[in-house]
Design a protein around this ligand. Structure first.
Ligand code: C5P
Length: 224
């Protein structure tokens, strides 16, 4: 059976990753969370005090960064490793969320990660979620989804996610972070978040996770 590329883009915390992960499982495809890659780069920049206004330092840092994913069978997670170290929990913390969109707007950072993402999808059979997958990384993807949800619903989902990881953050702080990230992500010069012309728009505010997954799998089946 021919394998396709499923590109899922959309605003922060609209359930892209959760949906993408389950769609990948049902299709028996690989799943790549590109947000995790930008978060891992951000963590490296923070830990190593990389100056975002120094292109040389940025280039050197990028050549020192090696991001990998490992599937945890029992937990059913896809864990992120930065230079061989487990960083899955650390990259989701609020201090990383506060910096990630600024780091992600740097052209050199994007070029390095987009090239890696394109290599990861070379053999197809992949579900990738992010902000520029259908527009820049895989403009030829057979199925493109543009996902969104009501901002307050997104903030509540994010709060629950953080709580499950032991971080208690107020809803106003989370809503503010999502708003700021959406603003930077949609207005940056390099590959801003926007809906690809041929993407299917899904507002999942009133949908359950199962409904979203079912819808995307059905759309994928139509392309296979
Ligand atoms: O998906 P997640 O919310 O974890 O992504 C974190 C941040 O990484 C986004 O707010 C965005 O700034 C950046 N990002 C990006 N391009 C992608 C994926 C994520 O710029 N393809």
């Amino acid at each position: 059976m021919p394998k396709i590329i499923v590109a899922i883009d959309g605003y922060s915390s609209c359930g892209k990753s959760t949906t993408a992960k389950q769609v990948a499982q049902q299709l028996n495809y690989a799943y790549i969370d590109t947000g995790a890659m930008y978060r891992a780069v951000t963590l490296f920049f923070i830990q190593n005090h990389i100056s975002v206004s120094n292109p040389r330092e940025i280039q050197k840092a990028l050549s020192d960064i090696h991001i990998t994913f490992r599937r945890h069978k029992e937990k059913g997670t896809n864990d992120t490793f930065l230079n061989g170290l487990y960083v899955e929990d650390e990259i989701r913390k609020m201090y990383v969320s506060e910096q990630v969109s600024t780091i992600s707007a740097i052209a050199d950072v994007r070029h390095a990660l987009v090239a890696q993402q394109q290599r990861m999808g070379k053999s197809r059979g992949i579900v990738m979620d992010g902000r520029d997958i259908g527009t820049v990384v895989f403009p030829q993807a057979e199925l493109k989804i543009f996902m969104t949800a009501d901002p307050m619903i997104r903030a509540q989902r994010r709060q629950l996610e953080l709580l499950e990881k032991g971080e208690l953050i107020g809803i106003a702080e989370i809503a503010d972070n999502l708003k700021k990230r959406d603003h930077i992500d949609t207005t940056r010069a390099e590959s801003p978040l926007r809906q690809a012309e041929d993407a299917v728009y899904i507002d999942n505010s009133m949908m359950t996770l199962d409904e979203q997954v079912e819808m995307v799998v059905r759309l994928a089946d139509e392309q296979i």
